[in-house]
Design a protein around this ligand. Structure first.
Ligand code: NAI
Ligand code: MG
Length: 394
């Protein structure tokens, strides 16, 4: 195995707790790497006026691969108040370092696997024929376009005159002309052909590499004709290249209904930014929620792997910490897949699966307790104990 360098960005709150646990698991699995720390998050906003310092971008640029914990974000006014007094009123404006990372490195491909682990008490169950209780096995991997669409940031309240004038050239704007311009809020949904092609190709390639039988485009082209329509046209054409992988289509609204009806019918799913965000959270809820939801942000050059959850700041102060490290551990597995260490990734996933199925060690979320310092006394595993259990299984 060639020795890798992996950038570790713990960030804030429980990011600082779960990331070292994942590294411990990687080491126990026999993954050999050098680790380089990089600063990101609230602390650096407060101290330096920048939650994503240039030195961190340089480290990422150099080493390309990173594990990321989570960050704390706060609204603008609160952010301004917590800035070091010596930096106030100097034009520093808080922005999300995650969005910053995605834009800086064009991390346009977001992958969010949602897979049932047997025996997880958080697994979704439904009623089948004759009232039988069924636990469908979900194995869905959502490919979400990560940089464009509704989250692209091109938006206005009371748009500039030239924007308003341009909009008025569209016949459908007639309906909005009775509203005063200053009462208009506009968020655009811009898709580029290149980004659509990249996310759809990534989805098909993944299906091919990992043996999924279908790729489903989840958009709404019957109504959102231009953007969803562009994705659909590209996907239909590309699907020809990837036969016999089946190409399917669903509309986001219907998908959210079918998700609980027949989640086992889906394999790889591909969507634009917002619908991908929605559908991936939905599927994650069927397989254990935030304690299990892992993700990858992949660009042409740099790739960053992170749990979907945030920094849960209150929990970070608990001693011992009680949050579930599985989401971070599974994100580390995605990193292993990405760098070609698929066997090692599978070894760790198997250990995770064994711990969940054995059911002897469970964090508070798996026991459906509400999070408090007392849960360990009541039988919940701490974050460290959960990671220990995975290591024992390795
Ligand atoms: P959160 O994900 O940090 O926590 C929400 C709740 O989910 C927690 O109170 C806890 O009950 C549960 N939870 C989260 N992670 C868990 C885990 N590993 N195991 C068990 N339970 C877990 O979201 P919240 O409270 O809305 O935001 C806290 C901070 O995190 C905010 O500043 C927010 O902006 C930021 N955030 C950062 C994200 C990121 O770094 N990618 C994503 C989402 C929020
Ligand atoms: Mg989300």
């Amino acid at each position: 195995m060639t020795k890798r360098t992996v950038v570790l960005m713990p960030g804030d709150g429980i990011g600082k707790v779960v990331l070292p646990e994942a590294v411990r698991v990687l080491e126990a699995a026999g993954f050999e790497a050098d680790y380089v720390h990089a600063d990101i998050g609230w602390e650096f906003w407060c101290k330096e006026g920048n939650p994503l310092p240039q030195r961190t971008l340089d480290i990422l640029e150099k080493h390309k691969i990173s594990l990321f914990g989570a960050i704390t974000s706060k609204p603008k006014a609160e952010a301004a108040k917590e800035l070091d007094p010596s930096l106030r009123d100097k034009g520093y404006v808080y922005y999300s370092p995650i969005v910053g990372l995605r834009q800086h490195f064009n991390l346009d491909i977001c992958i969010r696997p949602c897979k049932t682990f047997k025996g997880n008490p958080l697994n979704f169950i439904r009623r089948g024929k004759g009232g039988a209780v069924e636990e469908p096995e979900v194995d869905v991997v959502v490919f979400r376009q990560n940089t464009e669409g509704l989250y692209g940031g091109v938006e206005w309240t009371d748009p500039p005159d030239e924007v308003y004038a341009a909009l008025k050239t569209h016949p459908k704007m007639a309906r909005f002309e009775s509203a005063p311009k200053e009462e208009l809020a506009i968020s655009t949904r811009i898709f580029t052909k290149k980004a659509c092609e990249r996310i759809i190709r990534a989805a098909f390639e993944y299906a091919k590499k990992f043996g999924y039988s279908s790729v489903t485009l989840c958009e709404k082209p019957n109504v959102i004709r231009e953007t969803s329509g562009m994705m659909r046209a590209i996907a239909m054409e590309m699907a020809e290249e990837y036969k016999p992988i089946r190409f399917k289509e669903t509309n986001i609204d219907a998908q959210m209904m079918w998700m609980t009806k027949n989640p086992e019918n889906y394999g790889v799913l591909v969507s634009g930014n917002m619908f991908g965000d929605i559908v991936s959270d939905g599927f994650a809820g069927l397989v254990g929620g935030l304690g299990f939801a892992c993700s990858a942000n992949i660009g042409e050059d740099v790739a960053i792997f992170e749990p979907t959850h945030g920094s849960a700041p209150i929990y970070a102060e608990f001693d011992p910490c009680i949050v579930n490290p599985m989401a971070m551990i599974l994100s580390a597995c995605m990193m292993l897949d990405h760098i070609g260490e698929m066997e090692l990734a599978q070894k760790v996933r198997n250990a995770v699966a064994k711990v969940v199925e054995d059911g002897k060690v469970r964090t508070y979320d798996m026991l459906k307790m509400s999070g408090s310092q007392g849960v360990v006394k009541d039988g919940a595993a701490s974050t460290g104990e959960m990671a220990d259990a995975v290591i024992d299984c390795l």
